[in-house]
Design a protein around this ligand. Structure first.
Ligand SMILES: C[S@@+](CC[C@H](N)C(=O)[O-])C[C@H]1O[C@@H](n2cnc3c(N)ncnc32)[C@H](O)[C@@H]1O
Length: 354
């Protein structure tokens, strides 16, 4: 933390929320660059087509829970270049694909070669009947950052375009209430928290676009029992972590308090558990297959490697899946999975995996 109070060529001091909004989504923002997110980091969507296959399977289960509607919506929220929507359409059985309307919701422009069946929008459509899936969206919804001063008071962190920081006013109002409720900071100097209120609001606003179905948010997550002491704000550029500088040159991301985002009836699982229930696990194929059907064995081995990456401890497997059912006929889920989520996330027997 520096304490330079002058504004200079690096611009004025602002809160992190406004700084990240301009750096990521402004006219020259990071996410408007031609290379797209995949030019800088790998999400589960890029890691393996198994991820889109699992989401397609989830869409089929939502379809059944909805009673096979004439029009089934699939919304790829914060779609990057539409890779997930493309993979889901490819993986769906033909009869379901024929009833599916696929949407990609994205700040950036529509890629030229995108499948013509995918509608490209800047905001989610209304009255969705189906599945809205937001992979690594909420971590890119800009938030304010609080840091405790020498007296232990949480203050807003101000930043300039060159990444230099200083402390501003004490956190107040709804943001202070959010901190008290979801991320209380002990009165010790230098502790930091990301104030997730705009993410809660963003999530509530997309869930409100569902008439019936399921909304899913997948992200690096923490819960009240595991908040990091110094926050998680970081930058990413060309596959590497960098200092978070809000000048449009890098991604700016902070892990998500998914428990705070959850609305009544919502449930947070790990990606490992969610994918397992959707038929993706990292088990190796039986060795006997190598001698009887070697080509199949090699394919199965490759898929097992990809499944292992998607479910890895210390990696993508630790991501949180926030599942938010809307208007599905059965009641609110409880421990362990029951209600609407039990039908959507049934554990798949080993012989049916992948
Ligand atoms: C980390 S990337 C994830 C892309 C893709 N979902 C994936 O998993 O590969 C985040 C994406 O969210 C988009 N985004 C952020 N806020 C958005 C919003 N309010 N509406 C639409 N897209 C948004 C960004 O432009 C960026 O492409």
């Amino acid at each position: 933390m520096t304490d330079d109070t002058t504004a200079g060529p690096a611009g004025d001091w602002t809160g992190w929320r406004a700084a990240a909004e301009a750096a990521l989504y402004g006219p020259d923002g990071f996410y408007r660059r031609p290379e797209g997110p995949a030019g800088h980091f790998r999400t589960s969507v890029h890691a393996s087509p198994l991820f889109a296959e699992a989401v397609a399977r989830l869409l089929c289960r939502v379809d059944e829970a909805l009673g096979l509607p004439a029009r089934l919506d699939f919304v790829d929220m914060a779609a990057g270049r539409g890779e997930l929507a493309t993979g889901v359409l490819t993986a769906l059985p033909a009869d379901v694909a024929a009833r599916t309307r696929a949407y990609a919701v994205e700040v950036a422009d529509r890629p030229e070669a995108l499948d013509h069946r995918i509608e490209w929008l800047t905001g989610p459509p209304k009255n969705i009947t189906g599945l809205l899936f937001a992979n690594e969206w909420l971590d890119n919804v800009p938030v304010e950052i609080a840091e405790t001063d020498a007296s232990g008071v949480p203050r807003q962190v101000l930043v300039r375009r060159d990444g230099r920081e200083r402390l501003g006013e004490p956190v107040a109002g709804a943001e202070a209430e959010w901190l008290d409720r979801w991320w209380p900071l002990p009165p010790e100097e230098g502790l930091r928290a990301e104030i997730g209120l705009p993410r809660d609001e963003a999530w509530a606003s997309v869930v409100a676009t569902l008439e019936r179905g399921l909304a899913v948010a997948v992200d690096y997550a923490h819960t009240t029992s595991s908040r990091p002491l110094f926050g998680t704000l970081t930058g990413f550029r060309e596959g590497r972590g960098t200092a978070p500088v809000p000048d449009g040159s890098c991604d700016l991301t902070a892990h998500v308090a998914l428990d705070a985002c959850a609305l009544p009836g919502g449930r947070v699982l790990t990606q490992r558990d969610a994918l397992r229930a959707l038929g993706i696990a990292g088990g190796r194929p039986p060795l006997t297959l190598a001698s009887t059907r070697p080509a199949e064995y090699v394919r199965a081995l490759a898929r097992a490697g990809e499944a292992a990456e998607l479910t890895a401890a210390g990696g993508l497997g630790d991501f949180g899946w926030l599942l938010q059912p809307v208007g599905l006929s059965v009641g609110i889920p409880d421990e362990p999975l029951d209600g609407p989520l039990a039908d959507l996330l049934v554990d798949v027997p080993d012989h049916e995996e992948q």
